[in-house]
Design a protein around this ligand. Structure first.
Ligand code: FEO
Length: 583
């Protein structure tokens, strides 16, 4: 059975219509998915540039007893509840299984409870605790832990797998022994919306799958490895029913294998940063995620800890192994304030002067004041990795860019010895020989929405005639990397021989996180919106069409849309190097 309900929201303001649809599909015996398709959602969490929208997937399993796994985002309220009631009388549902309580999956739990106050909510202990805060009404509950089972009858024996931090501390997976389906919610998901229920076309989805992993799962790589270990102990899994994007069936082994490989790579990092935050308070979640993304670009492992429920022992252990700490200001009052305060005290007791620290406000309206906490760290002797990040109003794209760059600054500071060692590591002759490779000198400039960035580049080469294309090698920890994903547009500014020093000096300097790279630089906008440097010799407008991961760099292949030379007689500035192990 496949059914689609379409509700294109009529726009009275003349803005583009945004489409929300529901797809219901039978995916296994007695098992139906209700996929809420959010075709046009262009931002999710933080800097997810959602080219392809997203979906919120919910599942109905009918044994002798009936279970609903997760619900949907509240924006789908009417559509989802209509679709659910089209499938079943909600009063007949026995169990509502909560994979975790983030509102994109639990946004309609309250509505389901209204339709069926007798339903038993099944979740991890922490999920039930969070849910009490969310629904503000009594409900029947069943707390489950790793290995617990729930028999729905008719062969549908459900087994629960604890998967904390994927992506909240309350996450559980659910395995149906009859259909060999594993319900994983965020894990193995992707922000990708189309009519395909499954992952038939690997090439179509692999970019979004990887990007989603990098943003959401990479900062919890150790937790991913623990979950994979628990999954390996299950009987054969034939379908992974994710909470976002297509379900995995056709390329399941391959895609699970990639999680293993990426997480092992991350977990090998010698340096760890612990990020302590309070999810569901202000913008703590999103800001912490943006800082985490900036840190992981430098090859440093991040471990995130939600202070709502963190155990003091876990907090202490993380502080003891970390070389850097990032702390989001917790609320001064409310249900989780006491636990967060205890967490902070544990951090102070376990930290030491060799560590670096960065603080950020959560913007929840009741934040602990950042300055006394900053003073306390200074008294202990920690190095401040970036100035405290203040949230005065709604965070903007610029705020998230600032967080990302602050994270990168922290990661680069912590790995500075590694960088110096690398520069000294090559054999003398090889080093000199490689240094004879030369390139031109260019400035890449890019603008996305309200934010912009720039970078001096020399590893640039023409790569194709038809279509005209170039490649640029961009170090993974460069701020501009976030502006060079598939579909992004930028300008390559060519510097002029004998007339490049001022521009080169300007763009080579170290900018503070979030600083405007174009202050005091003459620019005018390209057709694609990116700044053209008025003093460059030539410019080329580019669009990213593919990226290849090469160890510490991305090779970005882009096609050319337009270009112009300012002085036809002048030559391109050339970058001559002495050594091949740095720029
Ligand atoms: Fe898709 Fe963590 O919610």
């Amino acid at each position: 059975m496949v059914a689609l309900i379409d509700r294109a929201s009529a726009s009275q303001s003349g803005r583009p219509q945004r489409r929300l649809t529901i797809q219901t599909v039978d995916i296994a015996p007695d098992t139906t998915t209700l996929r809420s398709l959010d075709w046009d959602r262009d931002r999710f969490d933080i800097e997810f540039a959602l080219e392809n929208g997203t979906t919120y997937n919910s599942f109905l399993i009918r044994g002798e007893k009936i279970a609903l796994v997760d619900t949907s985002h509240e924006k789908f309220r009417q559509l989802y509840l209509d679709a659910l009631q089209g499938l079943i009388d909600p009063a007949a549902i026995d169990y509502l299984i909560i994979s975790h309580t983030e509102p994109d999956h639990s946004g309609l739990v309250k509505d389901v409870l209204q339709l069926n106050p007798e339903i038993t909510v099944v979740g991890a202990k922490v999920a039930i605790q969070f849910l009490e805060e969310l629904v503000h009404r009594p409900f029947k509950r069943q707390v489950v832990k790793n290995g617990d089972r729930l028999d729905l009858g008719n062969g549908h024996e459900l087994e629960f797998i604890s998967a904390p931090n994927l992506h909240w501390p309350d996450t559980i997976f659910t395995f149906d022994h009859k259909t060999q389906t594993l319900y994983t919610c965020d894990a193995f998901g992707m922000h990708f919306c189309d009519d395909h229920t499954y992952d038939e076309d690997l090439e179509l989805i692999e970019y979004d799958y990887h990007y989603y992993y990098d943003c959401l799962m990479g900062p919890n790589a150790r937790s991913v490895l623990s979950a994979l270990k628990r999954m390996a102990a299950l009987p054969e899994i034939t379908t992974i029913a994710t909470g976002h994007g297509p379900l995995l069936r056709h390329n399941l082994q391959e895609l699970v294998g990639r999680y293993q490989e990426w997480s092992q790579t991350q977990a090998k990092a010698a340096t760890t940063v612990g990020i302590f935050y309070v999810a569901e308070y202000g913008y703590s979640d999103q800001l912490a995620q943006a800082i985490a993304n900036g840190i992981t670009k430098t090859g440093v492992l991040v471990e995130m800890m939600d202070l709502r429920v963190a155990d003091p022992q876990e907090v202490r252990e993380l502080v003891e192994i970390a070389t850097g700490l990032v702390i989001g200001m917790p609320p001064q009052s409310g249900t989780f304030a006491a636990n967060a305060k205890a967490g902070l005290s544990t951090i102070f007791a376990a930290t030491n002067a060799k560590q670096s620290v960065g603080l950020f406000e959560a913007g929840g309206g009741d934040d602990e004041s950042v300055y006394p906490i900053r003073n306390q760290f200074q008294e202990i002797g920690l190095t401040e990795a970036f100035p405290p990040i203040h949230i005065k109003e709604l965070p903007s794209e610029a705020t998230y860019q600032l967080c990302d760059e602050a994270g990168t600054d922290l990661g680069q500071w912590l790995t500075r010895d590694r960088t110096v060692k690398q520069m000294k590591s090559l054999d003398g002759e090889l080093d000199k020989a490689l240094g004879r490779l030369s390139g031109g000198l260019y400035i890449i400039t890019a603008k996305k929405g309200d934010i912009s960035s720039a970078m001096l580049a020399s590893w640039v080469s023409q790569a194709s005639f038809e279509p005209l294309g170039i490649t640029i090698a961009v170090a993974k920890d460069r701020a501009i990397e976030s502006f060079m994903h598939l579909g992004d547009r930028f300008v390559l500014n060519v510097l002029e021989e004998g007339n490049y020093q001022i521009l080169m000096k300007h763009f080579l300097k170290r900018f503070a996180p979030g600083a405007d790279r174009f202050a005091d630089v003459k620019t005018y906008p390209a057709t694609n919106g990116s700044p053209i440097l008025a003093d460059s010799l030539a410019y080329i407008e580019c669009e990213v069409v593919s990226r290849m991961e090469c160890s510490d760099h991305w090779i970005v292949y882009s096609t050319i849309d337009a270009g112009r030379v300012a002085k036809s007689e002048a030559l391109t500035a050339v970058h001559h190097r002495k050594a091949g192990n740095h720029y």
